[in-house]
Write a protein that binds this ligand. Sequence first.
Ligand code: ZN
Length: 384
Amino acid sequence: MADPVALARELIRCPSVTPAEGGALALIGRVLTGAGFKVNRVTFAEPGTDPIENLYARIGTQAPHLMLAGHTDVVPPGDETKWTHPPFAAEIADGVLYGRGAVDMKGAIACKLAAALDYVAAAGGKPKGSLSFLITGDEEGIAVNGTIKLLEWLADHGETFDHAILGEPTNPEKLGDMIKIGRRGSQNGTLVVTGTQGHVAYPELADNPVRGIASLMGAVNAEPLDHGTEHFGASNLEFTSIDVGNKTVNLIPAEARARFNIRFNDTRSREDLRAEVERRVARAAENRIRWRIDWEPSNADVFLTAPGPFVDMISGAIKEVTGLTPKLSTTGGTSDARFIKDYCPVIEFGLLSQQMHKTDEHVATADLVALTAIYRHIFERYFG
Ligand SMILES: [Zn+2]
């Protein structure tokens, strides 16, 4: 039996803070080559960004094709002196493995590797169907030279997928709590109101954009955007910053800006939300307030992998190992599933989410063993 704890420790010891490869992909490549996978290492780059290494490995040529997705890059450890166990030492104390990436998501990659090695060995090196690993080093950063480009590259090379499992940490309390079957979309924007600068004692000679932006913000948030759907909560627009940049007490400023983010559900598209927000602002502004909205480019669309046989099969495997029936959720931030969903249905299931990005990030070694068993059950059911 492959040992997921040993693999997780080896991965954590690779200092792969984005954009560094840190030896993590090389390690995965060695392990998978040894098991009979055909391994490709691909580096992507574009002007103004760091070149990033990625890995794709496949065994089998037949359908169905199950893709296991993940990232080996990790966020920086922060102040290392605050860690009880050094962030890249992978120490174990009282059945708990410490290190950056323990849950997000080297631990889950180690479980997928161990489960795949065992499954392929049990199948005499010739699994029914095809199993592949799509691993990027660019998830925690700006995510432009990772999964999105690797999927395009694979499509150009004729690779197709039937289903994918991304190993992000999904469980709030206990392993088996939660599967993510979708994610909300995300859109950033800035509301800009232009006025006329002037002396605070002569407001009739000026036009204060602070008054204008306050009333427009109120109008935008006066009514909920919608009331949610079967699998999603309500879409929400949240203002995150109001900026005037005025350091002078007796000056009416010329411009005010308010940044916001919208998280939206599957009744919405980016275009329809933009139109709705602009309609609300225009109605409140009438001809009194001069405004515009600067919309930022976004690649985070909403998606849902509707419950059905694939999701049921995964829930069944989780229940078999943990005794829990996982909640099907669409909460949380965006993930690389937003890119994978354009190629095949994707769900996310990994370790516990509480420790992500924290000082002393850690995972129970028992969870690594149990998650490996879950993935193994999934492979048996999927290819059975
Ligand atoms: Zn992650």
